[in-house]
Design a protein around this ligand. Structure first.
Ligand SMILES: [Zn+2]
Length: 268
């Protein structure tokens, strides 16, 4: 009986010593835990950097750009297509660009994008850049709430469709004074206008040759060319585009996307 009591007492003593030991050990463990929280261990969800050909240099964010002054003497030029995606025109434009290994930039309308997400996915997969051209393509004066929705709803759909957070904005009709550009500048988008209007938006009122001549007569390095893959009859755009590309290639021009052009330029 006495032996049993002693044995129990010995067990309690061992347990007590163990608890004291652990309680001494615990504070020395806590700072380690704290230093892990504050330290430089990699996050489990690292931020994904945009692909290099889509980054917009800071000096162009929030700026209105018509053409780019190039740092080097490379003969580069950017083709841009507005008002798509459309089922009958966008695939033809993409085919022509693919055949000639040309990269361009597409300013899409949200209200069209929602109907043809696969075309936006195709253009991004084929290496073209995508920009925001608002949801409804309005010219009228609008309050900040409407301007915000026009731009943000389109930006959200572009991101949901293509995984791209575009920082390129082109105001419908190139109109700067209805509230859209004010809001786009607040969100630090690059406002991309153009230096060469191909006049293809005039549809069947001009010929394909007229469109080609209009571009070639005004071409220079750093230029931004306005064309359309939506918004009406664009048969002449499809006819003119291969001639424009081939002629400019013969003149020694390289075609780049708008982000690439900005990366080669100076904002001053
Ligand atoms: Zn437009």
């Amino acid at each position: 009986m006495l032996y049993l009591k002693r044995s129990l007492w010995r067990h309690r003593t061992v347990l007590f010593i163990l608890i004291v030991f652990l309680s001494m050990l615990l504070p020395s463990l806590l700072p380690v835990k704290a230093s892990i929280q504050e330290g430089s261990l990699p996050s489990t969800t690292p931020a994904i950097a945009p692909p290099p050909n889509l980054a917009i240099p800071d000096e162009f964010r929030g700026k209105i750009i018509r053409k780019v002054s190039l740092i080097s003497d490379r003969q580069v030029i950017a083709l841009t297509f507005d008002d798509g995606p459309t089922a009958n025109i966008t695939p033809k434009v993409l085919d022509i660009l693919k055949e000639r290994k040309i990269k361009a930039t597409f300013f899409v309308i949200g209200n069209h994008l929602k109907n043809f997400p696969e075309l936006a996915q195709r253009l991004v997969a084929e290496g073209h850049a995508i920009g925001n051209h608002t949801w409804h393509h309005l010219r009228r004066l609008m309050n900040e709430f409407t301007a915000t929705r026009e731009i943000e709803d389109t930006a959200t759909l572009i991101e949901r469709t293509t995984d791209i957070k575009t920082r390129l904005f082109r105001p419908p009709h190139g109109f700067l004074y209805n509230g859209l550009v004010d809001y786009a500048q607040k969100r630090k988008d690059a406002i991309i206008l153009w230096s060469i209007d191909s006049d293809d938006w005039r549809g069947s009122k001009v010929s394909a040759d007229y469109i080609v001549d209009k571009v070639l007569a005004n071409v220079n390095p750093g230029a931004i060319i306005l064309m359309h893959d939506g918004g009406g009859n664009r048969a002449n755009t499809i006819k003119a585009l291969p001639k424009i590309i081939d002629s400019l290639n013969q003149l020694g021009y390289e075609f780049v996307t708008i982000p690439q052009l900005l990366q080669m330029g100076s904002g001053k």
